[in-house]
Design a binder for this molecule. Sequence first.
Ligand code: GLN
Length: 497
Amino acid sequence: MNDFLDLSLAEARARLAARDISSTELTKAYLSRIEATANLNAYITITHDQAMLGAAQADARLAKGKGGILEGICIAVKDLFCTNGVQTTAASRMLDGFIPTYESTVTSNLWNAGAVLLGKTNLDEFAMGSSNTTSYYGAVESPWRSTDASDKKRVPGGSSGGSAAAVAARSAIAATGTDTGGSIRQPASFSGIVGIKPTYGRCSRWGIIAFASSLDQAGPMARTVEDAAILLQAMASYDPKDSTSAKTTMPNLLVDINKSVKGMSIGVPIEYRIDSLPEETSKIWDHGIDYLKSEGADIVHISLPHTKYALPTYYIIAPAEASSNLARYDGVRYGLRINEQNITDMYTHTRTEGFGEEVKRRILLGTYVLSSGYYDAYYLKAQKMRNLLRHDFNQAFDKVDAILTPTTLSDAFEIGDNKDDPLKMYLQDVFTVPASLVGLPSISVPVTLSKRGLPIGLQVLGRMFDENSVVRVGRTLERTAEFKAMTTLVNGILKDE
Ligand code: GLN
């Protein structure tokens, strides 16, 4: 049975097309794996019957020699994508039991490509967080344990922590995530998998529960760069229903994926060597630089002078947009309603009980920075800073083809760490928010294990709409780093069962 779980998405796709395996067998193997790893709490909803039905339909199409680019591939979907007839919660009490009557564009694209839904994965409430500990349905546990304190449970990262844990523990072949300030890349780094945040506008936001609309972007999470590229190819499309959707077609991401980086210029930004960067992460970054150099890339030291303002800028803009987006949860039209004698009390109690602490903090922060008297001092200033950050990257990309940085400050922390210190939690996003503010495509690729035996990834950023260079450099890192720890992890879990 485990043979099925060992297949990459690309391999499974080839074997399905050759009728060597069936989607029914593959889906069954994954559904029993989901049961066996239920302790991770990676899934909020498991769509067992729908999965088996979808697999049978895919098998029928494959038997006729038909099918899309994901025909018969069973995947997991972050519970932030609306799925027709399937509970969609954003991991919030506010939407507990909410069943959409429509399908998000990204998931429609996946089903049109032949994919099969295994279930909806856990996340930080409304995708706000870096640890997947704020979910109404409980924290997600990483399948990884450190060698020095193996009794301690680690976070998978967040907010797409359920998707990351599922892919790492092989309870999904791949999964969708969303990334507003790092929620695909940071959990990918913590969980030893690959995650891509595409260029803003590549994947439609229609039907994805909104957090911060000028930053939100969907993307793939998978075990290899190639698998992530295949999934992204199916997710991305121009969509007239999303006014910020880019009117371009995604070029074939597999064309240049194995091409050498010889002759490419790779930028290394000096400002990312921040004081709080642990020596270990700094060294891992240096190894990444060496890998690319040994493959023939030119390494160029670049400056992104406004880097230190990116995090505060993000934590003004993202809460501002969130406070406005979340105003819709008022007990009238969506989800939870706490009945009261008058409408003001109904609003108050619904929002007080429906939202968790972190979401309330963001709404308060956002309302504050948008309020009259503070708007100019905070929100407007943050918008100006966003332009300066864009300018920094434009200048850098005149000189280089891609940029290499760490994804995270360190390896995964323990569940419960940083809980009472929101600022420390926000610091987790220091390397991921710049690409989000500017809209650039970026990838996190696992490269090694830390001294504590936990995975760490490196991040590659590319020019707007140049996902091809991002996956090409990412694939080179993957090949040269030879990150094989995932096999050890999975064998470890399987042995424990
Ligand atoms: N950790 C960041 C935050 O809490 C990013 C979240 C995200 O990308 N959805 O806002």
